[in-house]
Ligand binder design. Structure first.
Ligand SMILES: Cc1cc2nc3c(=O)[nH]c(=O)nc-3n(C[C@H](O)[C@H](O)[C@H](O)COP(=O)(O)OP(=O)(O)OC[C@H]3O[C@@H](n4cnc5c(N)ncnc54)[C@H](O)[C@@H]3O)c2cc1C
Ligand SMILES: NC(=O)c1ccc[n+]([C@@H]2O[C@H](COP(=O)([O-])OP(=O)(O)OC[C@H]3O[C@@H](n4cnc5c(N)ncnc54)[C@H](OP(=O)(O)O)[C@@H]3O)[C@@H](O)[C@H]2O)c1
Length: 479
């Protein structure tokens, strides 16, 4: 491709205003990519090739790139779409309009055609000195035609971290401009594919097997009787580690992407009610950052939201309706909500929903986190609700404010008699958050409440819990 063409395509990208960095957007137009890219791929390579310092500075000057965000430019799909004027779901602003709005057609948005939503708010919920990073996000649904109900989840297609993409390209000895097959047909640059299409953190089985040729320890671990050892070895190891550790392994770009899994969307329990926050969806997200094998690691989607989405990078979203995690139809029914950590999300939504609908039923919230001083999410909101009696009871369990651990289930047992009485009054019980330990322990605590306050024996308690479940009065949203 001639440099002028490349520069022209890049400058075209400069007109795309908010649609410039859209890591998930290759998917927005996936159905279009094949058609469009057949035509475009011969003349378009990623604009990164020409994202030299001069152009990057220009982007910053014209306000379409935040300083220091040297990520990818307009996607090939966007470029193709806009150039072809095909009118499919994402209509990019024309230069004449000089609009900063993301405009959309009336084509329905869905999991296969996510809406490129604007991130309005990204706020850390933890105070100074907390050991956690949990963030509150507000996302605009304006122009999407989408709606949801309290209790639903939001799906997000993240983009991978550009620095990790660079590391992988270096390990492969590639510059990123190499053409590889796009999942929907046609071709895409290797950099684009690694940024938007493939899981470049968790190694797929195909990659592990391919590496055994040059990695003797891994070859041994892949023996059928070494599954536990393999799991242990893989803990904290990502694709980049395998590439760096496996000296001598070399791949063509096409072979390499063929050894990766598609990048999966992540789901988040929604923490807003559409009746209270019209045109918005809120999330409460624990940001995954840790270190392993000498490298700082980032959860793909939580850090996409925390670090990379924003003014110029929309968030590709879809709704995942809940099957059953719903408030009772009768607003007079009492509800008990157990939501430690990010498990608070749907209960903030429920409380806002019940206020907006004027539901008169009693509301009891159990919340837990590490420390009251730094990790009491939405404290002001809940205290106001408590003050005006919208929230009937708030039981908190701050696990690290004293020598021994105190968790939400300990509070349930402390309040067993009252909890039992609420259940006798027909309360619905909801649990949200960690599936691996909390959900089991809370379930055990519920059995204990049935036994101690309800006077049931072990079997009777088990039967009572079973009945609660079948009456849809005990619902869980655990992950
Ligand atoms: C229905 C549903 C609702 C959900 N709701 C919420 C919600 O409201 N809020 C929320 O925050 N999350 C929620 N989640 C979880 C969310 O979908 C993501 O799984 C989460 O944000 C992590 O995604 P990620 O892409 O950031 O991390 P990934 O890139 O997927 O990385 C996470 C992985 O990193 C590894 N890892 C994490 N910590 C370490 C460590 N210390 N050492 C080694 N390896 C580690 C683990 O293998 C872990 O699975 C929900 C999940 C589901 C299914
Ligand atoms: N799959 C993923 O990729 C992914 C990503 C993010 C989060 N998660 C999971 O989602 C869960 C939610 O994370 P989060 O950051 O919101 O908070 P969290 O880790 O669940 O912690 C919230 C509170 O619950 C406490 N807790 C720990 N064990 C408990 C138990 N057995 N019963 C009741 N409470 C318990 C914690 O105390 P202590 O910390 O003091 O023990 C803390 O006070 C986590 O378990 C995490 O593993 C998964």
């Amino acid at each position: 491709m001639a440099v002028e063409d490349d520069v022209r395509s890049h400058l075209f990208g400069l007109r795309l205003q908010h649609c410039v960095e859209v890591p998930g957007d290759a998917r927005i137009a996936e159905s279009e990519i094949g058609r469009v890219q057949q035509k475009q791929s011969t003349r378009f390579q990623t604009a990164r090739e020409i994202a030299d310092d001069g152009l990057e500075a220009l982007e910053v000057d014209v306000g379409i790139r935040a300083p220091g965000t040297r990520g990818r430019q307009v996607t090939e799909a966007e470029y193709g779409q806009a150039e072809n004027g095909n009118g499919h779901s994402l209509l990019l602003p024309s230069p004449e309009e000089n609009s900063t709005e993301i405009r959309t057609s009336s084509v329905g948005f869905s999991r296969n055609n996510p809406f490129p939503a604007r991130l309005l708010t990204n706020r850390k919920l933890n105070g100074e000195g907390s050991g956690k990073e949990t963030r509150h996000f507000e996302i605009s649904l304006e122009g999407s035609g989408l709606n949801y109900d309290a209790g639903d989840a939001l799906g997000i297609y993240p983009g991978n971290c550009p620095a990790l993409v660079d590391d992988i390209l270096n390990a492969l000895g590639c510059d990123g401009e190499e053409a590889v097959p796009a999942p929907a047909g046609g071709e895409i640059s290797l950099r684009m594919a690694l940024t938007t299409n493939f899981d470049i953190t968790k190694p797929a089985a195909e990659l592990l097997h391919r590496l055994t040729k040059d990695n003797a320890p891994l070859r041994e671990l892949l023996a059928p009787d070494r599954k536990d050892d393999l799991r242990e070895w893989l803990w904290g190891r990502e694709v980049i580690d395998l590439l760096v550790e496996t000296k001598g392994a070399s791949f063509s770009p096409v072979e390499f992407v063929g050894l990766l899994k598609p990048l999966a969307p992540r789901l988040y329990s929604i923490s807003s009610s559409p009746k209270a926050h019209t045109g918005q969806v809120h999330l409460t997200v624990s940001i995954v950052r840790h270190e392993s094998h000498g490298r700082a690691r980032k959860g793909v989607c939580s850090t996409f939201l925390a670090d990379r989405a924003g003014e110029i990078t929309p968030v590709p979203v879809f709704f995942q309706p809940s099957h059953g995690f719903r408030l009772p139809a009768n607003g007079d029914t009492p509800v008990i909500m157990v939501g430690p950590g990010t498990g608070i999300a749907p209960f903030r939504a429920f409380l806002h929903e019940r206020r907006a609908t004027g539901a008169k039923g009693r509301n009891w919230l159990f919340f837990g986190e590490q420390r009251a001083a730094t990790d009491f999410y939405y404290r002001e909101e809940f205290e106001l609700m408590l003050a005006d009696c919208h929230l009937t009871k708030l039981a908190t369990a701050f696990s690290r404010d004293q020598a021994e651990k105190i968790y939400v289930q300990h509070r349930m047992i402390e309040h067993a008699a009252e909890l039992w009485a609420w259940l006798q009054d027909g309360a619905h019980l909801y649990v949200c958050g960690d599936v691996s330990r909390m959900a089991k322990d809370v379930d055990a605590a519920l059995h204990t409440v049935m036994e101690t306050a309800g006077g049931l024996d072990r079997e009777g308690a088990a039967e009572a819990v079973k009945q609660l479940k079948s009456a849809k009065r005990y619902q869980r949203d655990v992950y």
